[in-house]
Write a protein that binds this ligand. Structure first.
Ligand code: ATP
Ligand code: MG
Length: 397
């Protein structure tokens, strides 16, 4: 299986003057192509050290991608380093020289002699056309390995990648990789971990788990020699996980809780209004961000501390939460009222045991005490997500 390695060069990267975005771009592209990336490194514009890093890469990787150091100055040494490693001599390519000369003529400037080295090649290299700048890249094939030499400026590098590299690499790909993210709500990470333990050890498909404000997510990743097979592996594991986590699963991939809840409202054509206190409008904002919902989502009340008395709301409690849900429904003449209530917040954190979510409609009502406590901004989002999760199920009934 192909092993890839990225080397970015530039002393300014080591000084922290610019962030190395080339590595992350290329890493993302390789992942999409199903090519294994094993190492990345960054080296300054120093011949000895650059040669050392490239030699190590040559010994341990099949595909090496470099960026930077293709400019005309003496500090730009990538071509020299590659030629030295392979023991090949750089010579000026007449075709490349002609292109370069024409570029300078079009710009109405005399071409400095220094630029001529941008028109060089070695016997194992083919030029990669640069449509966004002057320095061509190199595609080097030798002894079963490939070195792809790309310019440093991200725009030039990315353009070259898309025009001259991606398609060629696709032919080298060793596998198809497919991923699916399963999104859950209402389970602690440790519990999910216990449930899916047997699958965590599987090498293909793999399963990874991570926490997010909208719940615990599980990422299934499969590798196969055809896309169809990779899809089958993912689908199979998804079925296993659905069987285990059942209604804790609310979505996959790009789904958001507000869109999933909105979809149910649209299916049932139910109108909705909300009322919220310590979340300060987040619930209304989430729902109003779903364009399709604009006929069904009627509006929201945001009642902050000092105004509670005016609405005849006591301390946060299950009864107050229901009262808020009913208030929202009546004020906006909606079929469903959804409310979040919490305690008076004085600092940056939420005291425990005083958050309530209520849903009311069609003669039914329900209250949930999620028991959240902790950093206010995080808890506000968590409560909103919880409310959306409950809404989705309530509409279904
Ligand atoms: P030039 O012909 O512009 O000199 P080059 O191929 O020689 O291009 P470098 O001299 O190494 O490339 O880098 C030129 C500029 O490109 C850097 O100053 C920086 O702005 C950007 N750059 C280089 N490498 C990276 C990287 N890894 N990530 C993000 N930007 C980079
Ligand atoms: Mg340069």
């Amino acid at each position: 299986m192909l092993k890839a390695e990225i080397i970015t060069s530039g002393t300014e990267l080591l000084l922290g003057e610019i962030a190395d975005t080339n590595t992350s771009y290329i890493a993302g592209q390789l992942a999409g192509l199903g090519i294994n990336l094993y190492y990345t490194s960054t080296v300054g514009d120093n011949f000895e050290r650059y040669s050392g890093v490239l030699k190590q890469a040559w010994e341990r990787s099949d595909l090496i991608i470099t960026t930077g150091g293709l400019g005309p100055t003496q500090g730009d040494i990538t071509r020299e380093v590659v030629s030295a490693l392979l023991g090949e001599k750089m010579t000026i390519d007449p075709g490349l020289k002609e292109e370069l000369t024409q570029f300078f003529t079009r710009m109405h400037i005399d071409m400095p002699d220094n630029n001529l080295k941008q028109a060089t090649l070695i016997p194992s290299a083919q030029a990669l056309h640069n449509t966004a700048g002057t320095a061509p890249g190199w595609w080097v094939e030798k002894e079963g390995r490939t070195i792809i030499v790309l310019p440093g400026p991200p725009r030039e590098m990315q353009t070259m990648w898309q025009n001259a590299v991606r398609e060629r690499l696709e032919k080298k790909r060793s596998a198809y990789i497919m991923s699916r993210v399963i999104k859950t709500w209402g389970m602690a990470e440790a519990n999910v971990d216990l449930l899916v333990t047997p699958f965590l050890k599987s090498a293909n498909p793999t399963l990874a788990m991570y926490a997010n404000p909208d719940g615990i997510r599980l990422r299934i990743t499969a590798r196969a020699d055809s896309l169809k097979r990779a899809e089958e592996l993912v689908a199979g594991r998804e079925r296993d996980i659905r069987e285990l986590l059942k209604d804790k699963i609310w979505g996959i991939d790009d789904d958001t809780l507000e869109r999933v809840a909105a979809k149910r409202l649209l299916q049932k054509k139910k109108t909705l209004a909300v009322a919220e206190t310590f979340t300060g409008g987040l619930l209304a904002r989430s729902l109003s961000s779903v364009m399709e919902l604009k006929e069904l989502f009627r509006g929201g009340l945001v009642i902050m501390g000092g105004a509670r008395a005016g609405w005849e709301l006591g301390e946060s409690s299950p009864e107050t939460a229901i009262k808020l849900a009913r208030l929202a429904r009546e004020k906006f003449r909606a079929e469903i009222g959804l409310a979040i209530d919490g305690p008076e917040v004085t600092g940056q954190s939420l005291p425990g045991g005083k958050v309530f979510i209520a849903i009311e409609g069609d003669g039914n009502d329900e209250v949930f005490p999620p028991g959240y406590l902790g950093r206010l901004d995080q808890m506000a989002w968590r409560t909103v997500n919880h409310a959306l999760f409950l809404l989705k199920d309530f509409v279904d009934r």
